[in-house]
Ligand binder design. Structure first.
Ligand code: SF4
Length: 499
């Protein structure tokens, strides 16, 4: 078959809304495009197996940056970690490797980058694995265009332009390289400045956003970002109701009947990058669409009655939509914290014929819960334990994480009355954490007894916490902060917890 578009992905491909490439494939197919997928290539010749696409190659490492996927926070290979049952390995720097293979095998073909790795490496960025700054990934790969975020609108526009022989500029949600400066875009400190002065790297960090056109000079050219297109509830309803087979490879089984309710996160945690991928406002699907999707799931031959998960980046942010301004919603009095839409949705989903149980396996923000919501989910929806991520207990570290809004003790006193169990996610060795703060965390975790996961902070590209790690400063105030850099100290901060 002659394909118009061929996706090359570092991960396993599965036809399910949890797989980003599957959504793009379905969206494009609905418009009549013929789509091929090459999954997990490990040798250059595998790139040839579907031939040359008529329009373009779409390249992604998958849902996670390949270096984050392949290495622990202490830079050990995860593939060699015998404590993990299953670990999907992709090639290191998969986006760049696949792009080079394509350029070599199919000279002159158009290359479109996407996915988390490309999105978070779209400007000059700190690379923890090489411990240095790198240029935007478009410069490494020599690709034609980069689409950041979820990309359904971008990919359709790119396909349409190429089909009609039109140029690939002015497409919202994409980045390109230009020779000329674009005066209407906000200019970030240039590559030389951010490389030579850590204060300028902080300035760049403070300007990063999806909601503005941005430009950054790299040597004698420019990286230009067009601001993200607006996605609506209606768009999400359309994408998630496409006809996926929902068949998963056996390594991923247990999530076949997961339903995504919304996109975006209003948490603005400094160590996280969801806001620079999905956005920092919530876009919820309509209740009617979610119910239609669940009714369709109940008709599938392999459905046994359980909805495996009903959630998004934080399950209880469903319904917290507001797009009145660009400020941070988590600090805003106007934000609807009632959980009413979520509770209403859960009640309706339980009434769907054929549904026996609806699990909530996505984590929740404990500081955005109401007693009514907790009552509802503890009675009907918890899968073993309810997952929350306080991340730390020390006030200063929490402030540096921008996660100091909630009162964990108060929440736990209330939650105890439900007789259900919590599991906790914590992070140690974040900037600001000396051995003193690490001991405080260790003591608290021992009292809790149920810390499901304690991870060492990983400086992933483009986050505020990574800027702190690289510069040793709080980018907002430019004040110096303590950063545990050595492996031995990072290890020691974790060991304290499990000794
Ligand atoms: S008004 Fe408040 S809740 Fe609404 S978008 Fe602005 S910050 Fe967010």
């Amino acid at each position: 078959m002659d394909y118009e578009i061929i996706f090359v992905t570092g991960e396993i491909f599965f036809d399910h809304p949890l797989c980003g490439v599957a959504i793009l494939k379905r969206v494009l197919e609905k418009e009549g495009y013929k789509i091929g997928v090459i999954e997990k290539p490990t040798k250059e010749e595998e790139i040839r197996k579907l031939g040359r696409p008529k329009l373009f190659f779409g390249v992604t490492s998958g849902s996670i940056d390949s270096m984050v996927r392949n290495y622990t926070p202490l830079k050990k290979s995860r593939a060699e970690d015998e404590t993990q049952d299953y670990h999907e390995v992709v090639l290191d720097r998969a986006t760049t490797v696949f792009s080079n293979w394509i350029k070599h095998q199919f000279k002159g073909s158009i290359l479109v980058l996407g996915g988390t790795e490309a999105s978070l490496r779209r400007f000059a960025h700190y690379d923890y694995w090489q411990n240095r700054l790198r240029k935007p990934i478009l410069f490494d790969t020599r690709a034609d265009i980069l689409s950041y975020g979820n990309s359904e609108k971008q990919i359709l526009e790119i396909a349409e332009r190429l089909k009609n022989d039109l140029p690939l500029y002015d497409i919202p949600g994409t980045c390109i390289i230009t020779k000329e400066k674009v005066n209407t875009a906000k200019e970030l400190p240039n590559y030389e400045e951010v490389t030579n002065e850590k204060e300028r790297f902080c300035d760049m960090q403070n300007m990063l956003t999806n909601t503005e056109d941005l430009i950054q000079k790299i040597d004698n050219r420019y990286l230009l970002q067009y601001k993200s297109p607006k996605y609506s509830s209606k768009d999400l309803d359309e994408y998630y109701e496409l006809e996926f087979t929902r068949e998963l490879p056996k390594e991923l089984s247990g999530f076949e009947f997961s339903v995504i309710t919304h996109r975006g996160c209003i948490g603005d945690c400094n160590f996280c990058s969801v806001n620079l991928i999905q956005g920092d406002k919530i876009i919820s699907r309509s209740e009617e669409s979610i119910l239609r999707e669940i009714k369709a799931i109940t008709k599938l031959p392999h459905f046994t009655g359980n909805i495996d998960d009903l959630g998004g980046p934080s399950a209880n942010m469903y319904g917290m939509d507001c797009n009145k301004c660009n400020a941070s919603c988590i600090d805003c009095n106007i934000l609807d914290r009632s959980n009413k839409r979520m509770v209403g949705l859960l009640r309706e989903v339980r009434k769907v014929a054929g549904v026996k149980k609806v699990n909530i396996r996505s984590g929740i923000r404990f500081d955005l819960t109401t007693p009514e919501y907790i009552d509802e989910i503890t009675k009907y929806h918890i899968f073993n334990t309810l997952r929350i991520a306080p991340e730390h207990v020390n006030k200063n570290v929490l402030k540096l994480m921008n996660k100091d809004k909630g009162d964990l003790k108060k929440f736990m006193v209330e939650f105890k009355k439900t007789n259900r169990k919590l599991s906790f996610y914590f992070m140690t060795a974040h900037p600001g954490s000396t051995m003193k703060e690490a001991k405080e965390l260790a003591k608290a975790i021992k009292r809790l007894k149920n810390a499901e996961s304690v991870q060492i902070f990983t400086p992933t590209p483009m986050t505020v916490s990574t800027c702190m790690y690289y510069t040793g400063m709080d980018p907002k105030t430019k004040k110096k902060i303590y950063v545990p850099y050595t492996y031995s100290e990072k290890k020691e901060q974790k060991r304290l917890i499990f000794e």
